[in-house]
Design a protein around this ligand. Structure first.
Ligand code: 8IG
Length: 281
């Protein structure tokens, strides 16, 4: 019976999505609740490049689906980003796990890249865990190493915030959650993550520039999502997996295959780390 009105509703949804990303996120959260039977979720995790193989360590999902079943989610285009979501019980928390993300370089604009974060907020999540695969600028880092984000350089020249929303990002990556991460894994280092638009990697000269600017890690995600999470009032934890040394630091060429291999090799450790963090939020 709802089928007869569906075309109309979806047309309306499209014009709303363009004008009000928060309304779109509320619709996605409503659909998530309907699909999972969970009225709310407590925390959300975006599994970025190299982290997807770690998802199983969070436990068997009570529900898994395609993100495209939720309003406003475009299909991700990159290999290793499966574009699925899970609802998983971790300890006493109901966790929304997003396997893959929409990137700025897909050319759809900023709003689609932060839609998952806003959907998580609309679903009730008070904690946003953002993971990514990245290149290491700091020479002491090694592929396979997980690093806590202490801060970021948003070099996209973009913002998810519209209008006079002067969001305070002084302690964007919540000190409390960083302390928790270090407590669980004392060997975890903290670094400054640089988000560039991509999709090309850096030149060696750009890597030297980023190092001079105070960057330790470089990738193509996370900073804009972290800003959107803060705007939505969530606490943010950022975790990078170093999958390669940034261009020019070793002389080796960069390949996406490395990302996938490093992720598979590190899945046991990164999965355990995430599971422990989520259990103790
Ligand atoms: I995985 O070295 C991954 N993503 N910009 N540079 C940039 N993005 C990345 C890199 C990298 N590695």
């Amino acid at each position: 019976m709802t089928h007869a009105s569906a075309p109309d509703a979806s047309l309306r949804a499209h014009s709303d999505d363009a004008s009000d990303p928060f309304a779109s996120a509320r619709r996605a959260a409503g659909r998530l609740a309907a699909l999972t039977g969970a009225a709310t979720h407590d925390a959300a995790v975006v599994m970025g490049s190299g982290w997807v193989p770690a998802a199983d360590a969070l436990g068997a999902p009570d529900h898994e689906g395609d993100v495209t079943d939720l309003p406003g989610f475009p299909a991700p285009a990159v290999a290793g980003h499966s574009g699925r979501f899970r609802s998983v019980r971790v300890g006493d928390k109901r966790v929304l796990v997003l396997l893959g993300r929409t990137h700025l370089y897909e050319g759809r604009g900023v709003a689609p890249t932060v839609h998952a974060v806003r959907t998580a907020a609309a679903a009730g999540c008070s904690t946003m865990v953002l993971t990514n695969g990245c290149g290491a600028i700091a020479p002491e880092y090694r592929p396979g190493q997980a690093v806590l984000l202490r801060d970021h350089l948003n070099l996209t020249c973009a913002s998810p915030v519209r209008g006079a929303g002067f969001v305070d990002v002084t302690d964007l990556y919540t000190p409390r959650l960083r302390a928790l991460g270090r407590e669980i894994e004392p060997s975890l280092r903290e670094g400054v993550y640089v988000q560039l638009p991509g999709p090309h990697y850096e030149t060696p000269a750009e890597v030297r520039m980023l190092r001079a600017m105070g960057g330790d890690l470089v990738g193509m995600s996370t900073a804009l999502e972290a800003i959107a999470a803060r705007e939505a009032g969530m606490e943010v934890l950022g975790l990078s997996l170093v999958t390669n040394m940034a261009a020019g630091t070793t002389g080796a060429p960069l390949e996406h295959r490395e990302v996938l291999e490093t992720g598979r090799d590190s899945a046991a450790r990164t999965g355990e780390l995430l599971a422990h963090v989520l259990r103790r939020l």
